[in-house]
Design a binder for this molecule. Structure first.
Ligand SMILES: Nc1ncnc2c1ncn2[C@@H]1O[C@H](COP(=O)(O)OP(=O)(O)O)[C@@H](O)[C@H]1O
Ligand SMILES: [Mg+2]
Length: 278
């Protein structure tokens, strides 16, 4: 089954610019896909439409998650909660409640399964608590369970957000530049853990990234956006810097910053060499 299926998704914001322009996509269950593109290319907008946070233009279109429509023709479906339960969203700016413990934050992932009276009493069933502890341990932050979330580093907070996805028993993780605010070591850890969610727990992962080298390392498939259009969808290893330059022109540099871009001198001598037929 397709985890995500999108047809003809278009979104025009007030200024008349199309943030998404007739996007068609299919992501199969169990895939780990990178979403890349320069800033403003539509990555966040696309992820927010997939999660059903935002409705598209009122034109024929649909977004279907695990066989169930979440939005159609510019309207979010009425019964959205059971579908959202299957989706965990990870934000760039760690979305934990700072004054609550890490454990409580992770248990929030289980809220949809806990009865109202227990929620009001602030009690979670023992099974949920032990699942939350296990998930925190799996993400390498079990020892921080009882600390306030605000005491954790950014990388640890992102790992708590991934633990919450496990507790929620989500089947799809949508992560919007989850490593953009992290140091390289924390970023590596978070990417590895997302890979573990994908490989060991079978979750479908779509992660927007700024750097193509990270996409290549962790995601077999990359979807590249430019001005709200899908300009590439295929094996990440095919996204060489030459392909990126063809797709993005000078803004390719933004996606290649970790790599050494050819200097003006090299480019000039390459141009000379090809003109000379060497
Ligand atoms: N709420 C909004 N109102 C108006 N324009 C928006 C809004 N959100 C995004 N945009 C515009 O849509 C385009 C895509 O933005 P976004 O999805 O945030 O790109 P990315 O995440 O790739 O940086 C940009 O031109 C941006 O300015
Ligand atoms: Mg964004």
């Amino acid at each position: 089954m397709d985890a995500i299926r999108i047809e003809r998704l278009t979104k025009t914001f007030g200024n008349g610019r199309k943030a998404l322009d007739s996007v068609d996509l299919r992501v199969e269950e169990g895939e780990m896909v990178a979403l890349i593109g320069a800033s403003g290319s539509g990555k966040s907008t696309l992820l927010r439409h997939i999660a059903g946070f935002t409705a598209s233009d009122p034109a024929p279109s649909h977004v279907t998650l695990l066989g169930r429509p979440i939005q159609q023709n510019g309207r979010i479906v009425r019964e959205v909660r059971p579908i959202r339960r299957d989706v965990a969203f990870v934000f760039q700016q760690f979305n934990l409640v700072g004054r609550l413990s890490v454990l409580t934050n992770v248990l929030i992932g289980a809220l949809s399964r806990v009865s109202l009276w227990r929620r009001l009493a602030g009690r979670f069933p023992r099974g949920e608590r032990s699942l939350a502890m296990e998930s925190l341990t799996a993400m390498g932050i079990g020892e921080h369970a009882f600390e306030r979330a605000s005491n954790l580093s950014g990388g640890q907070q992102q790992r708590a957000a991934l633990a919450r996805a496990l507790v929620q028993r989500a089947r799809i993780v949508l992560a919007d530049e989850p490593i953009a605010s992290l140091d390289p070591e924390s970023a590596r850890r978070v990417m590895e853990l997302m890979q573990a969610l994908n490989r060991e727990h079978g979750l479908t992962v779509v992660v927007s990234l700024h750097q193509i080298d990270v996409a290549m390392k962790y995601c077999p498939r990359t979807i590249a956006l430019r001005d709200g259009r899908v300009v590439f969808d295929g094996a990440s290893e095919r996204l060489t810097s030459a392909v990126l330059r063809e797709l993005y022109g000078s803004s390719a540099d933004e996606l290649l910053t970790h790599r050494s871009a050819p200097s003006a001198h090299t480019q000039a001598s390459q141009a000379f060499a090809s003109a000379a037929g060497v």
